[in-house]
Design a protein around this ligand. Structure first.
Ligand code: F6P
Length: 553
């Protein structure tokens, strides 16, 4: 039996759950006219309505007790103190220092990291100013028009998501491209759209050993040198972001063109570091600093606010309630904002790579569920695709609706439709539609009794499907920074409750090692190795299909 399941609050929650599972939110709203005000929080330009959850005041009291008993306050303090809370890698998880705008020191083992953080920020600002104002010239003395970011996972998704989200703030001369996939079609299509003379490549990799990234980077450099006909021109067109100075040098990028970050920054938590260079280039220093300030504001709230009004804590605990008690295996991110279309993918990595674990901090296997499967899409598109399952399917998947309140930048009439749909969906998920309502509606449409009874079971919606509504004052750098930090800390809170390390990712290793072995076989560098019969057969088929000259050769 694990420690978590032995906690008094855990047991109390189970006994509470035996009653709570039968509540309908409709009844909860009817019973308490103040419900929407009670389950409402505001912070750092964000408003959270969490009233459409299967909770009462007592549920929240017990969940908050669980947070205390699981040691959430102590672990928050440990994170902010720079303790090595990433215990399997013996590192701090100190991304909060990257956006520390307080002017106060923040240290790991007594060493203030802020001078280094601010030093890199200053270099990033100088470089991006030079590119943006046209002082940084390519090898034919032309300003940069296109930026190609080569990286994957945390060295791609954060910058990609933010650049898409803040497109409205972009420099008018700069086009951003992101290449993450080692499938050459992505790089090929990107290179078709850019010119060597005016393109800047940013090679982003924390380790600078990631095979996909280095392969794309080498191919991009060959493409470039072939056109520039001068390897010295690389210095004007290639920069790197990494923690691995040696490997960057070996790749052939001048250390003067390298922006560093540190091992205490996890890949999926790194957009605030030099990994955010594409963001700064695209939206400028001031906007990038506003992004950091939004995150910093959420950090201060997370560190200082009492648990009951602490947004990341509340969101994290609601997740625990559904995952561990209702058995919800997935969670939907549904932004009603096209600019946020990569947010689901970003949060998917953040959450699933952080909390997709089954071993506790003391090395035991958990006997409870941990991270849910995170998925999603822009909500309005989701409505016309997968929301059917969310309304009437057999799974319960809590939903986060996310949108900005201020629609004044929108074309006339559009934002109202968007928001009407989002509010309607959250209402529909909560209320459902019962048999009496269906009957009344069908009668009003003039259907006879037999037709009504035939259609009835299909048209009833149980409702009682939980959702949170997160409203940004507007989609600007500050609010976006706060939103991302909110999810980072929510995930941390859940990791603490589950007693797992949210900051390692050992689960990605095995596939990488096996790919290494199989690649040598596919390239004919190694004889066939012992594999299972299925893998063996697939390898053979591939080898047979690729005999003979390459297409286009
Ligand atoms: O394989 C997973 C992973 O290590 C992620 O955690 C990371 O964000 C990504 O690969 C890229 O790693 P790197 O920045 O070292 O290239």
């Amino acid at each position: 039996m694990s420690q978590l399941t032995e906690l008094p609050s855990w047991k109390a929650l189970w006994s509470h759950f035996t009653r709570a599972r039968d509540w309908h939110m409709r009844a909860l709203f009817e019973a308490d006219p103040q419900r929407a005000e009670k389950f409402w929080l505001e912070q750092s330009g964000l408003r959270l309505d969490y009233s459409k959850n299967r909770i009462t005041h007592q549920t929240m009291t017990l969940l908050l007790q669980l947070a205390r008993e699981a040691g959430v306050p102590e672990r928050i303090r440990a994170m902010f103190a720079g303790e090595r809370i990433n215990t399997t890698e013996q590192r701090a998880a100190f991304h909060i220092a990257l956006r520390n705008r307080s002017g106060q020191p923040m240290g790991i083992d007594g060493e203030d990291v802020m001078p280094r953080v601010l030093g890199v920020l200053e270099r990033m600002a100088r470089f991006s100013d030079a590119v943006r104002n046209g002082e940084w010239l390519g090898y034919t003395q032309q300003p940069i028009t296109d930026i190609v970011n080569i990286g994957i996972g945390g060295s791609d998704l954060g910058s990609l998501m933010v650049c898409e989200a803040l497109k409205a703030h972009a420099h008018p001369r700069l086009n951003m491209h992101f290449v993450s996939n080692v499938d050459s079609s992505q790089l090929k299509e990107t290179l078709r759209r850019v010119h060597a003379e005016t393109t800047l490549f940013i090679i982003e990799s924390k380790t600078f050993t990631t095979h996909e990234t280095l392969t794309n980077a080498h191919t991009a450099r060959e493409w470039f040198v072939h056109r520039a006909r001068d390897p010295a021109a690389v210095a004007r067109h290639f920069v790197a972001v990494s923690t691995n100075r040696k490997a960057v040098g070996e790749f052939g990028i001048d250390p003067a063109n390298m922006f560093e970050f540190w091992d205490w920054v996890g890949g999926r938590y790194s957009l605030w570091s030099a990994i955010g260079l594409p963001i700064m280039l695209y939206i400028g220093e001031k906007n990038f600093l506003d992004l950091l300030s939004g995150a910093h504001s959420m950090d201060q709230h997370f560190r200082d606010a009492p648990l009951e009004s602490n947004l990341p804590v509340v969101l994290g605990l609601l997740g625990v309630w559904y995952i561990n008690f209702f058995g919800a295996g997935s969670h939907v991110i549904a932004p009603y904002d096209q600019y946020l279309h990569r947010l689901p993918a970003f949060i998917q990595q953040l959450d699933m790579e952080s909390n997709g674990k089954r071993t506790t901090l003391d090395g035991r296997l958990v006997d409870y569920e941990t991270a849910p499967i995170i998925w999603g899409e822009t909500g309005i598109n989701g409505q016309h695709a997968f929301f059917q399952l969310l309304h009437q399917g057999t799974h319960i998947s809590p939903i986060d609706f996310i949108a900005s309140l201020d629609g004044r930048g929108s074309l006339p009439g559009h934002h109202e439709i968007l928001m009407a749909n989002m509010f309607a969906q959250s209402e529909a998920f909560m209320r459902g539609r019962n048999a009496d309502e269906v009957r009344a509606e069908l009668q009003a449409q003039g259907l006879d009794q037999a037709a009504i009874e035939h259609l009835l079971p299909y048209k009833v919606f149980d409702g009682n499907r939980p959702s949170n509504t997160l409203l940004l004052e507007r989609l600007d750098p500050f609010c976006l920074g706060a939103l991302v930090a909110l999810y980072e800390h929510k995930i941390f809170v859940q990791g603490v409750v589950w007693n797992i390390n949210s900051f390692d990712q050992w689960g990605v290793e095995l596939g990488k090692q096996l790919a290494h072995t199989i690649l040598a076989e596919l390239e004919g560098r190694s004889p066939p190795q012992a594999h299972d019969a299925s893998t063996q057969r697939l390898i053979q088929l591939y080898l047979q299909s690729n005999r003979g000259p390459r297409a286009g050769a």
